[in-house]
Design a protein around this ligand. Structure first.
Ligand code: ADP
Ligand code: MG
Length: 701
């Protein structure tokens, strides 16, 4: 099968006029034969069964009946006009109903002639009908020749409106595959086909569009999904290998005095097994001669910071500097203070650099960073400015990376003779399958256990109309000495209204919780950095009991005495955001609560999100639900979605095949990392083709 033929525009297909072909191009983005072959059905309808009317299911579903039309009537007027045909199988009767193309139907439908009718059952006033059925004359060879398993292709409202039905697409596919007798080249080596008992390419393509039977269909789907995921994984893993080959890293060969002193004299608790495992993975990377590019995933509160700090100590012990970059000023300050606290007994020099650092101080920092007097610098985006020059940056840690783009990450690289080791920490759990695919070029470490003694956060959903009981609860908690977060959404598009909500909330709360007994802090995006910090400090020092905020506190804030998180208009937050916010409580010894406030009117999606939150505290389950609700592209943001543009496999439901494909991709590359062995010829050709064309499926011929 040659690529040129596959590039033929669909206009050349039999029976496809200009109008329809333009419509298909526009609606389905199908321009040539290749695109069409790669239009895989969404689902299949079983047409192997024929019903007697008396045996029809009592619920709405697709059925197929053989019978005759006994009479046809046009009833109603104007837009209610419809055609009703009485359809009988010789014993019982149902109605076939049409609202469109009445003239044409009336002319062409024949009385007392055998038809096969297919469509969805409708029950109304004790009558059974099929609206807009597919209808086909029954011929002697109908039963043997008819498709038994019918594919249903993706479609759009516009296509259906303009008469480009599933049947039209199916016919195009037929003329493409059968009239042209296309023959597809195998892309998977024989030894794999044999070992994995895969169907060959050609049979798979034919059967996915025109399944001969269920077994062949299943095998075809499995084979094509595996192929897609195998090449996806080969690509990602190869990228990773190439990077390690090409990019040398600093070799941190010793674990020295800072690390040991910290471990033996400062660290007051035992690391969890997950933390130990992750630390080991990082240490291996740091001593491997290749640049580390590692993603450290762990649910909120799983103890990533300690891991970051200990990794930094390794860098210091080897004579290098380290930096930690956080997405907000508040977080930077928290990290800075945490680091200062942890380095009490160590003789190291830590500074903080943010947008609000005074100019004179900044100058001083630039100088001593360049001279090597500073060991660790913590800060915001400010760290990636050109003015910031290190003497020898060996390790860069990025906290909560979803706020940083890839471009910003690579700016850090440029700050050092050899790119520094990079550790990216995120508390937004990425489902395993997605991480494997989107982050295939990073190595992944996972902290999958929380420090002991953590108690589940009780999460409830309350309607705004029940606010009184919530206020009562807040009072009780404050009287017990606890502190409360109240978070308002602030979304760019509705900024002014959101801001008003926040201020209104603040005012009515101030009336309810009066000074001097109660003190309330407020923090939002319109405040100056110093003012924000001041308010946060008051809350941290327990001078105020309530902190009202927009999502500025979303990530990382650590105030163990706060035990209640109230999220206003929670229906407007995404799942991962809700989970992040909830993670601000439950950090101390006190029983903690998360209260999701919402209006009474909720969309199904919002309901599902709130329900998920009340049902589980597990970030990974939440992430999977999120993936289900929103789809992968959305979660990763645009920069990564290109990597996972899958046509037939699904990252959630095909997890098993994905893991399988990854395993084989890894095996293949471990044995033959350039795919240069004879037996991997097909892999190499296909791989090269797909890298060149940046399209997983353009190699299909
Ligand atoms: P996150 O992963 O959300 O960044 P942190 O690193 O802020 O979590 O840790 C949350 C809290 O748990 C901190 O107060 C930290 O000191 C504590 N912590 C971390 N690891 C352990 C451990 N192994 N045992 C007990 N407490 C721990
Ligand atoms: Mg953190």
């Amino acid at each position: 099968m040659n690529y040129n033929l596959l590039n033929t525009p669909i206009d050349y297909l039999k029976g496809l006029g200009v109008n329809r072909s333009d419509l298909i191009k526009k609606e389905l983005k199908i321009f040539n034969y290749k695109d069409l072959v790669n239009l895989f059905p969404n689902r299949y309808i079983d047409k192997s069964k024929y019903y007697k009317i008396k045996d029809l299911p009592k619920f709405s579903c697709d059925v197929q009946i053989i019978g005759e039309i006994s009479e046809i009537n046009e009833i109603g007027i104007g837009r209610k006009k419809r055609l009703i045909a009485q359809f009988t199988d010789g014993e019982d009767e149902i109605e076939l109903i049409w609202f469109k193309s009445l003239k044409w139907l009336k002319k062409s439908l024949l009385i007392n002639t055998k038809y096969i009718v297919f469509g969805k059952l409708n029950f109304f006033a004790r009558k059974i009908s099929i609206p807009h059925p597919e209808i086909e004359l029954f011929k002697a060879d109908s039963l043997s020749k008819r498709v038994k398993i019918q594919p249903i292709y993706p479609s759009t409202e516009n296509l259906i409106k303009k008469g480009v039905s599933n049947k039209v697409i199916s016919n195009l596919m037929k003329s493409l595959l059968y009239d042209l007798k296309l023959n597809f080249k195998e892309t998977i080596p024989d030894y794999l086909i044999k070992e994995l008992k895969l169907l060959d390419k050609n049979t798979s393509i034919y059967n996915i569009h025109f399944p001969k039977n269920n077994e062949l269909l299943e095998d075809s789907i499995r084979r094509l999904k595996f192929e897609e995921l195998l090449y996806l994984q080969l690509q990602l893993l190869k990228k990773n290998i190439n990077r390690k080959d090409k990019i040398k890293g600093y070799n941190f060969s010793v674990v020295g005095k800072h690390f040991n002193k910290f471990y033996n004299e400062v660290l007051s608790f035992e690391l969890t097994n997950a933390q130990k495992k992750v630390l080991k993975e990082i240490r291996n990377d740091l001593g491997s001669n290749a640049q580390m590019n590692r993603l450290l995933q762990g649910d909120v509160g799983s103890g990533k910071t300690i891991i970051a700090f200990m990794s930094i100590l390794i860098a210091l012990d080897n004579g290098y500097q380290a930096c930690l970059m956080a997405p907000t000023e508040i977080l930077s300050v928290q990290h800075y203070e945490g680091f200062i606290e942890m380095s009490k007994l160590l003789n190291i020099n830590i500074v903080i650099l943010t947008g609000s650092t005074k100019a004179s101080v900044k100058k001083e920092i630039y100088k001593s960073l360049n001279s090597g007097e500073i060991d660790i610098i913590v800060g915001t985006h400010s760290l990636i400015q050109d003015k910031v020059k290190f003497k020898n940056l060996g390790l860069a840690i990025i906290d909560e990376q979803h706020k940083f783009g890839v471009a910003q990450r690579s700016k850090l690289w440029a700050k050092s003779a050899i790119p520094p080791h990079i550790l990216i920490m995120t508390a937004t759990p990425i489902p395993r399958t997605l991480a494997m695919s989107a982050y295939g070029d990073l190595d992944i470490s996972l902290i999958d256990e929380l420090p002991p003694g953590r108690r589940e956060i009780t999460t409830v959903h309350r309607f705004d109309s029940n606010r009184l009981s919530v206020l009562k609860f807040i009072k009780e908690q404050i009287n017990e000495g606890r502190q409360i977060y109240i978070v308002y959404p602030l979304i760019e598009e509705s900024k002014n209204m959101d801001f008003k909500d926040l201020m209104d909330g603040y005012e009515s709360l101030s009336r309810e919780f009066t000074q001097p007994k109660y003190q309330i802090s407020i923090v939002h995006g319109r405040m100056k950095a110093q003012d924000k910090e001041f308010e946060m400090k008051r809350f941290e020092n327990k001078e105020t009991q309530i902190l009202i905020a927009t999502t500025v506190i979303e990530v990382g804030v650590n105030i163990p005495n706060a035990s209640v998180m109230i999220i206003e208009s929670s229906e407007r937050f995404g799942l991962s955001q809700l989970h992040q916010l909830r993670g601000r409580v439950g950090r101390g010894i006190h029983k903690s609560y998360c209260i999701l406030m919402s209006g009474n009117k909720l969309s199904n999606e919002s309901k599902l999100r709130l329900k998920t939150m009340t049902q589980t505290n597990n970030g990974f389950i939440i992430a999977e639900k999120d993936l289900e609700i929103r789809g992968p592209g959305d979660i990763m943001g645009t920069q990564q979605s290109g990597v996972i543009d899958l046509k037939i496999a699904d990252l959630i439901s095909d997890q098993k095949i994905l893991i399988y494909a990854r395993k084989f991709a890894r095996q293949i590359l471990e044995e033959d990392k350039n795919l240069s062995k004879e037996k991997n010829n097909k892999l190499l050709n296909t791989y090269n083709h797909l890298v060149k064309n940046k399209d997983l499926w353009s190699y299909i011929g």
